[in-house]
Ligand binder design. Structure first.
Ligand code: NAD
Length: 309
């Protein structure tokens, strides 16, 4: 493709959290190479959230500057989201793009999970993304433009042994994204979810080596960068990506079944048992776009019951 047709981010300011390594580093490098001014946020601690170091963010900022791009480092924890966004405002006067990517792991099976493990994992992923998003949202609203990405995980979508704290946080982010997408839509603020699988210090030793070597994080960066581009019209999408592949993920609901013969009857355990195969039948499952659509369907069910089933 000629450079004239290239997607650019000139004039845009992007905050990438956890950009000192792994996926975040790739997002920061790509956005900067396409003209964005980038805030490289990273606390620089261990993968389980201990300690801190400025080096992680500094190295990436240096890399960007050496290639002719513009970047500043931010060393705050995402839990202090207002400070992270303040770095963008102080350095560049605006924030157009926020990629909530920072993360840690404290894998323990349910019985071994301490309250501290639970709190720290949820604080970094879920609360951190909330705090950064909330701090950026007002700026995006006043400029009538924003692109926000939340980072979920297949651990949340499917569950994964020993990752209850992480899985809960990652599905929490899907819920948060759904609402941010609705609240932002009228101000051209779009919020989407990335579900990545990539080789990084987080997955080293977890993903089998033969797969690990193919899961280069830079293969996911263009997908996330596209979600942040002004030409991308998706809002509220969940995109899974790995190994140079991407697909949209959706929730679906089955057709379901009424559980009582008429409005005058109550629901009994026996009615439930009898209807169970229909309740759990997914052959006519479909995706619903909104709560309004879900409630609309309930009204239809009630009308049918009124009319005698
Ligand atoms: P990584 O460990 O290489 O990078 C995460 C970065 O976040 C690190 O540089 C770390 O210092 C930083 N960080 C941690 N806590 C922070 C905090 N409180 N404030 C600021 N920065 C902080 O991991 P990765 O694999 O690149 O993961 C990036 C994101 O993608 C994470 O949210 C992770 O949960 C998610 N994810 C990764 C995979 C995968 O296969 N790698 C799969 C699903 C989801």
């Amino acid at each position: 493709m000629s450079s004239a047709g290239k997607l650019r981010f000139d004039g845009r300011v992007a905050v990438v959290t956890g950009a000192g390594a792994g996926l975040g580093r790739e997002y920061a490098l790509l956005l900067a190479s396409r003209g964005a001014k980038v805030v490289v946020n990273d606390l620089g601690g261990t993968h389980s959230g201990e300690g801190a170091s400025q080096r992680a963010a500094d190295v990436v900022v240096e890399e960007i500057r050496k290639s002719g791009g513009e970047a500043v480092a931010d060393y705050n924890s995402v839990i202090d989201g207002a400070k992270v966004i303040e770095t963008a405002i102080k350095a560049y006067g605006r924030v157009d793009i926020l990629i909530n990517n920072a993360g840690i792991l404290r894998d323990r099976s349910l019985l071994k999970t301490t309250e501290q493990d639970w709190n720290l994992v949820n604080d970094v992923h879920l609360k951190g993304s909330f705090k950064c998003t909330q701090a950026a949202f007002g700026h995006m609203k006043s400029q009538n433009f924003g692109r926000i990405v939340m980072t979920s995980s297949n651990s949340g979508i499917f569950g994964n042994f020993g990752q209850g704290n992480y899985a809960a946080a990652k599905m929490g982010l899907v819920g948060l994204a759904n609402t941010v997408a609705i609240e932002g839509a009228r101000n051209n603020i779009f919020c989407n979810v990335i579900i990545p699988t990539a080789a990084s210090r987080m997955t080293e030793g977890i993903i089998p080596e033969v797969l690990f070597n193919e899961l280069k994080p830079h293969l996911i960066a263009p997908v996330v960068a596209y979600l942040c581009h002004e030409s991308c019209e998706d809002n509220g999408s969940y995109i899974e990506s790995a190994a140079g592949w991407a697909a949209k993920v959706q929730t679906v609901r089955g057709k379901g079944s009424v559980l009582r013969p008429s409005l005058d009857d109550t629901v009994t355990l026996e009615y439930v048992k009898n209807a169970w195969s229909k309740v759990t039948d997914m052959s006519q499952a479909k995706h619903l776009n909104s709560m309004a659509e879900a409630t609309g369907y309930l009204l239809e069910v009630i009308e049918k019951l009124k009319a005698g089933g």
